[in-house]
Ligand binder design. Structure first.
Ligand code: Z5A
Length: 213
């Protein structure tokens, strides 16, 4: 029987370097013999990318926080059914740029939706599936906002104020403190080369633990 692939998600505030490092991490794991798929949320399939466009558009009127939450899980359900679950079942390792920890951080800690309600949707859409590892790129909000702003026009989330992103950072850190073994932490304020040294150490640890079973 094929062994299920590892499910690794990358999380953190905006500008923390997740997208920059996702394919680097995938290449490193491939060099170690793993079959790896890189994807992202919200998005990853045709339908989920269409939902992403609605969620991120700065040109649409404001939406209710519950609508935002439900759209995140609608996009996630499609992504899981069409892409993530089939890949994992084939033994492919999946690296996903954001997943449900982002929902807890942004819609829960950021928008103030009850964490219990998010947990109910998580159980409904994912059953028992949870990421095996959540690599948390931790970065102070000022630096993250500056990096994101340097890229140009802000999306709907990037237009939020610093206090929103501070709550998100606190939310991520709180989750990581509760389950430190599952949440390897990367100091994302370091120069890119140093971030990659840390990331390689995390990858080596994951490879070791997965070999030990
Ligand atoms: N969202 C949500 O609310 N709920 C959910 O359940 C999910 C998502 C799944 C997705 O937008 C938005 O959806 C996201 C949360 C919300 N909103 N925000 N904010 P996205 O995918 O477009 O945005 P993002 O995930 O935040 O990506 P980002 O802002 O691009 O962050 P990043 O991927 O971590 O950063 P990056 O693009 O790799 O790097 C940003 C810039 O910094 C870039 O120019 C890099 O060259 C530079 N960079 C990266 N690393 C370094 C270092 N180490 N030093 C110096 N410069 C660096």
């Amino acid at each position: 029987m094929t062994q299920r692939g590892m499910f690794i998600t990358l999380e953190g505030g905006e500008g923390a370097g997740k997208s920059t490092n996702a394919s680097w991490l995938a290449d490193y794991l491939r060099s170690q013999g793993k079959d790896v798929l890189v994807t992202r949320e919200p998005g990853g399939t045709y339908v989920s990318e269409a939902i992403r466009a609605v969620l991120l558009s700065p040109d649409l009127p404001a939406m209710h926080a519950d609508t935002e939450l439900l759209l995140m899980f609608a996009a996630r359900n499609e992504h899981l059914q069409q892409k993530i679950l089939p890949a994992l079942a084939q033994g492919t390792w999946v690296i996903c740029d954001r997943f449900t920890d982002a929902t807890y951080a942004y819609q829960g800690y950021g928008r103030g939706i009850s964490l219990q309600r998010i947990a109910e949707l998580e159980r409904w859409v994912q059953g028992t599936l949870r990421p095996d590892y959540v690599i948390l790129f931790d970065l102070d909000v000022t630096t993250g906002m500056a990096r994101a702003q340097a890229r140009g026009r802000a999306d709907r989330f990037e237009q939020e104020h610093a206090a929103f992103f501070e709550r998100i950072r606190d939310g991520y850190r709180h989750r990581a403190e509760q389950m430190p073994a599952r949440y390897p932490l990367v100091d994302a304020a370091q120069p890119l080369e140093q971030v990659r040294v840390q990331l390689q150490q995390v990858a080596e640890r994951i490879l070791r633990e997965c070999t030990q079973g």
